[in-house]
Design a protein around this ligand. Structure first.
Ligand code: NCD
Ligand code: ZN
Ligand code: ZN
Ligand code: ZN
Length: 390
């Protein structure tokens, strides 16, 4: 089949280091099949499936199941993330080595949904990861500083009477983990950076040679705590939407490489878990099918990144961080390619009900966005074309 690509941008297939596919456990909100469709339509050729499933992906049986199911569906490479600790309460290290050597060959370990709070456990996880040559991706929030927190700690949360979630809850853990990673000579990846202070900590740690990488979500690049005024829990997310000056700093940090890449933190939730009062609503928002457009809006239209830069933050860097040899790089002649074709001038209107995910919790409902993914190819085979899964 010939794909007409005049006037379009050809990019290496996108790689998402942070996707919640909800299987096993919450197949009412997303499955590996529906999430893979959303990924292909969003231009992704590889996703890392987060470990906070039910049961938690803390052993080889579960990570292998996720890996095999991804292969069966065949729309995107699904790389399971292994949990750092057993269960989500995290008092004991999981068998990282068993998961790293399993069929799934787990390359990234995280407890997303809960950070590794105990510094001794984190130190041991980092030391173990160095021996295995895998990466620990820390969900960076000091849990005791976020008890009951509902929104970014600041004027707006105070006015609404919400317990605040301070920037220091994130920054203190990131600083601690950078120091521990340097001590263990380990690779640390920081999930969903949300504050300007975290960007400063990362710049400091990188300057002194720490092997740390970091991701920012599309929603933290675009949205701010101004959204609190809507009272709509679709805007509730971990970490919370911060201030405009935080978002501005995150955009610059991404452009300058202090933050390495964009990751969606695609977090599907059922209607009954979102369409409720703010305090009871689950945190998280959909991201796979809107990521490219939000990056086009916040980074390309503003002149902060050109399309070469988009390839770097959406594909090359995440592939390097996640140790994927066959993604995010130029291909040799004759080699089956992972590619995404984008029409940079086209626009589309987001409708949650029309997205491939079972859940519909997009914060961009009704928004008109630039950048349309017109084709995705996984190893030379079309997985999505003109808004339809192949
Ligand atoms: C995540 C989820 O729904 O799994 N939600 C989110 O707001 N990012 C869990 C988490 O990261 O806390
Ligand atoms: Zn998280
Ligand atoms: Zn959290
Ligand atoms: Zn997450």
């Amino acid at each position: 089949e010939i794909v007409e690509a005049g006037g379009q941008v050809l990019l290496p297939g996108f790689v998402d280091l942070h996707t919640h596919l909800r299987e096993p456990g919450r197949e009412d909100t997303e499955t590996i099949e529906t999430g893979s469709a959303a990924a292909a339509l969003g231009g992704y050729t590889a996703v890392f499936a987060m470990a906070n499933t039910d049961p938690v992906a803390d052993n080889a049986v579960i990570v292998d199941h996720v890996w095999r199911r991804g292969q069966e569906v065949g729309l995107v490479d699904v790389h399971p993330v292994g949990a750092v600790t057993v269960g989500l309460k995290g008092e004991k290290l999981a068998e990282l080595g068993t998961m790293a050597k399993s069929q799934a060959q787990v390359k990234v370990f995280s407890d997303d949904g809960l950070c590794v709070a105990d510094p001794l456990l984190m130190r041991r996880a980092l030391e173990y990861s160095t021996a295995l040559d895998v990466v620990i991706a820390q969900h960076a929030e000091e849990p005791r500083l976020t008890v009951g927190a509902q929104a970014h700690e600041g004027e707006r949360a105070a006015r609404l009477g919400y317990t605040g979630w301070p920037a220091a809850a994130e920054e203190s853990i990131v600083a601690r983990d950078c120091l521990l990673a340097r001590h263990a000579n380990a690779r640390l990846h920081v999930c969903h950076v949300s504050t300007s202070g975290t960007a400063d900590v990362l710049a400091w740690a990188k300057d002194r040679g720490t092997k740390v990488s970091a991701e920012v979500t599309p929603h933290h690049l675009l949205l701010t705590d101004e959204r609190l005024a809507t009272y709509d829990p679709v805007n509730k997310v971990n970490p919370p939407l911060r201030t405009e000056s935080d978002a501005e700093k995150l955009r610059t940090a991404l452009a300058e490489g202090v933050i390495d890449c964009v990751a969606t933190d695609h977090a599907p939730h059922a209607v009954q878990d979102k369409d409720t009062e703010w305090s009871a609503a689950r945190p998280g928002m959909l991201g796979l099918q809107t990521a490219l457009s939000i990056v086009a809006e916040t980074m390309v239209r503003t002149g902060l990144l050109d399309w070469r830069g988009v390839a770097r933050v959406m594909s090359e860097r995440p592939a390097e961080i996640g140790n994927l040899a066959d993604q995010g790089r130029p291909i040799a002649v004759g080699e089956p390619a992972n590619l995404t074709l984008v029409d940079p001038d086209a626009e589309w209107t987001v409708r949650g009900a029309e997205l491939a995910s079972i859940a519909a919790n997009t914060p961009y409902e009704g928004m008109r966005l630039p950048g349309v993914v017109t084709a995705t190819l996984l190893r030379g085979r079309l997985t999505a074309r003109d808004g339809k899964v192949c």
